[in-house]
Write a protein that binds this ligand. Structure first.
Ligand SMILES: [Zn+2]
Length: 597
């Protein structure tokens, strides 16, 4: 009798009794079968999603229904009890496994935490709550003086209006939506936390951060460090903005920036404060066709040693605006797709022959070449992602930035060589975008969401705490005290969806500058403000070695190995160094009032 029981136990938990080699074999068989099924289901879901984005027929919900069904089938598989139990059991014996197997098991478990079948009611409630929240957010009727306005119209007022009462009305109108989102956010916090706790994560913020192989404390320490490094430059920009905007509006200089003075609803981008008389790229591009722009972006990557895009890219992508009179619509937001995690790469764009699309084609093909580079037998399917969530965006933005530099466009014959541009104004405009974004993303958003999810911030303190954080990091204050009847954080899309991962954007900027600085100074020996990557095989090789491993390597080790330093603000600061001197000169005699961190 006794013997039978032992045999039964061994049969039920086979991995416990096996030696390391046998166990590795068993795990590999599981990983292979997971990958096969995952590829089938995610390919089906992505194809349905692609149809939903490229063929939108008014009143016809066929595509939307098919997409939802395919997504549900995928979620049922990735979150299944079987997958969760197997991964947990195998990870108990992680010391006996090969590191790449451990990485895959962790990735599978991470994906499962989004919709674990072990807590089906929570998952169902969370999905319903997310859908309801999005409907309130996107369905909100914004109004100024009783008249409906779009958020584009509000943004336009904040960018261009010089009369303060009009600005105030637009800013206040933009914050009304928050009131109706508070209850939903409270519910979402509970459901998001409880769902991931079912798989052993501390809370939703910690779950999202774990994708970087870090704890919440480690992530926050890194973000604080980056904020501090950038603080002297941000302080100069803050002083500059207070004095320049006070002059513009005919007001006394404030100690903190009134939120409605800034050209953005959250003060996250001030670049429209400056207009640069630069080279006329738009003019040159008017002579070219939209097709030329996409082909030119491909030529750039090929010149670096990357392969031509596969024929299926050209056949299956949706690259240009639909002709007038087409019976359906498409999503006009640019994106890059890796549908089968193998060779089916596509891009969804609406390319026209102007500067914005010129930069965007280079950016989106950066994502596509990332997909192509890690779709190799060496990288298991579930690790075919960026080295972390920020790398993909960082690489795309890097290539977009490279494509805009003067020697690059001169090399393409798009502008006359040697044309004069106001380099300092250009740099100022860039800083009002890149640098100003950091206290907002790595400061305000990350700090608030950590307190929301990890510290269970009481809902009757949300708005007070939000503005304390905004004052501290961004040096911005509301036009008047904002009580708890408002819910100003919830006016930001990503507080409601894609929550607790906003630092991704900040980190992608630091990665962008760190890679660019290394390429400019070490490979090209060129001024980082005036580079030309085109045709340089060494640059291509450097990029290829970063892209090719996907998520199969530790992102911090890779950055250290490739650039010689850990993630830091140093490269971004070096890039803006000439601006620092300029700002100190115009800010001489002005009082700096940005709070200490
Ligand atoms: Zn992108």
């Amino acid at each position: 009798m006794r013997r039978t029981i032992l045999i039964l136990l061994a049969a039920a938990l086979p991995s416990c009794s096996k030696g390391p080699q046998e166990l590795q074999k068993e795990v590999q068989a599981y990983l292979d079968s997971y990958a096969t099924r995952y590829q089938e289901l995610s390919y089906a879901a992505n194809q349905a999603d692609w149809a939903s984005n490229t063929r939108i027929v008014e009143g016809d919900s066929t595509n939307a229904i098919a997409t939802r069904a395919a997504r549900e089938a995928l979620a049922a598989f990735t979150g299944s009890e079987e997958n969760i139990e197997k991964c947990r059991a195998y990870l108990e014996r992680r010391v006996d496994l090969v590191p790449i197997q451990v990485l895959q098991l962790e990735a599978i478990l991470y994906a499962a935490a989004d919709n674990p079948a072990t807590v089906p009611d929570l998952v169902k409630q969370r999905i319903a709550a997310e859908t309801a929240q999005t409907e309130v957010l996107y369905g909100f009727d914004f109004q100024i003086d009783g008249k409906s306005v779009t958020t584009n119209q509000i943004d336009e007022i904040l960018r261009t209006e010089t009369r303060l009462p009009e600005r105030l009305a637009a800013w206040e109108a933009s914050k009304e939506v928050g009131k109706g989102l508070r209850t939903g956010l409270l519910q979402l916090r509970r459901l998001r936390n409880e769902t991931v706790r079912a798989l052993g994560y501390p809370d939703y913020f910690g779950y999202q951060v774990s994708d970087y192989g870090m704890s919440t404390d480690e992530m926050m320490t890194m973000l604080e460090q980056l904020n501090r490094e950038l603080r002297p430059l941000y302080r100069e920009l803050h002083t500059y903005a207070r004095y320049e905007l006070a002059k513009k509006y005919g007001q006394p200089v404030p100690r903190l920036l009134p939120a409605h003075w800034l050209p953005n609803r959250w003060g996250q981008d001030w670049s429209s404060m400056v207009t640069v008389e630069g080279f006329d790229l738009d003019g040159a591009l008017r002579e070219k066709s939209p097709e030329w722009l996409v082909e030119q972006a491909e030529r750039f990557y090929v010149s670096l040693g990357f392969p031509n895009l596969p024929p299926s890219f050209w056949e299956k992508s949706s690259l240009y605006p639909l002709p007038d009179g087409t019976a359906y619509k498409k999503n006009n937001h640019a994106s890059a797709w890796h549908l089968d995690l193998q060779n089916d790469v596509r891009s969804l764009m609406s390319v026209e022959n102007n500067t914005e699309w010129y930069e965007t084609t280079h950016h989106e093909l950066g994502h596509v070449y990332y997909y192509i580079s890690y779709s190799t037998p060496e990288v298991p399917l579930v690790l075919r992602r960026g080295a972390n969530r920020a790398y993909h965006e960082g690489v795309g933005s890097l290539m977009g930035l490279a494509s805009m530099q003067k020697p690059f466009v001169e090399g393409l014959g798009l502008v006359e060589p040697g044309m004069q541009t106001d380099a300092v104004q250009m740099l100022l405009k860039e800083a009002l975008n890149y640098v100003v974004f950091i206290p907002w993303s790595a400061g305000t958003m990350s700090r608030f969401e950590r307190e929301l999810y990890a510290e269970n911030l009481p809902p009757d303190q949300w708005n007070r705490r939000w503005w304390e954080i905004v004052r501290q990091y961004q040096g911005i204050e509301p036009p008047a005290e904002r009580g708890e009847e408002f819910c100003d954080p919830a006016t930001k899309t990503h507080i409601n969806d894609d929550a607790a991962q906003y630092y991704d954007y900040a980190l992608s900027y630091f990665i962008l500058f760190q890679l660019h600085d290394h390429i400019a100074s070490t490979i090209l020996n060129q001024d980082p403000h005036a580079t030309n990557y085109f045709g340089n095989r060494q640059v291509g090789e450097f990029l290829r070695t970063i892209l090719a491993p996907g998520a199969s390597v530790d992102w911090r080790n890779m950055l250290r190995e490739k650039t010689g330093s850990d993630l830091s603000a140093a490269a971004m600061l070096r890039y803006f160094e000439p601006l620092m001197a300029y700002l100190q000169e115009i800010n001489a005699g002005r009082e700096a009032t940005l709070p200490e961190l």
